[in-house]
Design a protein around this ligand. Structure first.
Ligand SMILES: [Zn+2]
Length: 208
């Protein structure tokens, strides 16, 4: 599971991938079916204790969800990535935790089930990074509506097939993606089927 010479890889359904990215470089995430949610994390490459922080994103921007133009800030309230292109339905969720083993137990799954939380640690481990906890993820392509009474409604995927999001690193960063393995609820579509996505590494604009 590595990038080809053109900087592209298929991220298999239900799996994760982490990449080191210099400031100015980007990753484009393409959702071939439009239905797949991806949990996303970003860490300062030189100090992992500084990371993309959903509570700081909500506080800094006064928002409950993220779109192109939202400042994606760290625990130190510095932008770490920027959404430079987004052809998805937008309103990416900041509220829900990464799926984890406890959630699948709650849902009645017997035995091991892959999860976004485990995917993050597995993917970071593949590039030699260990992190003690699972930060709250930015849930790309996932829409959660806050009802007037304060309750949350998990919306079905709303993006068109082929929708993509481009994330540019604003600092030297470690980025981690999890193709959400959720196949019990409908967060990855009414047929409850996790699917592959594509990752493309893109050089800084204007670079040869
Ligand atoms: Zn998940």
């Amino acid at each position: 599971m590595t990038f080809d010479k053109a900087g592209r890889m298929v991220l298999p359904a239900a799996h994760g991938k982490a990449v080191r990215l210099k400031a100015g470089w980007s990753v484009r995430v393409t959702n071939p079916y439009g239905t797949q949610a991806l949990d996303f994390w970003a860490f300062n490459a030189t100090d992992h204790a500084e990371f993309l922080s959903m509570d700081n994103v909500r506080s800094f921007n006064s928002v409950a969800y993220v779109n192109k133009g939202t400042a994606l800030v760290t625990t130190e309230r510095r932008p770490i990535v920027c959404i430079t292109e987004d052809s998805s339905a937008g309103n990416h969720d900041t509220l829900l935790c990464a799926c984890n083993p406890a959630i699948y137990r709650e849902l009645g799954v017997k035995g091991y089930h892959r999860s976004c939380s485990d995917n993050m640690h597995e993917a970071l481990g593949e590039i030699g990074v260990a992190f003690p906890v699972t930060p709250a993820p930015l849930n790309l392509f996932m829409s959660v509506h806050v009802r007037p009474d304060g309750s949350l409604e998990r919306l079905l995927p709303r993006s068109a097939p082929g929708a993509s999001i481009t994330l540019r690193a604003e600092l030297d960063a470690v980025l981690a993606f999890s193709n959400c393995p959720q196949d019990v609820t409908t967060i990855n579509g009414p047929d409850r089927t996790p699917r592959d996505c594509l990752l493309d590494i893109l050089p800084p604009e204007g670079a040869a």
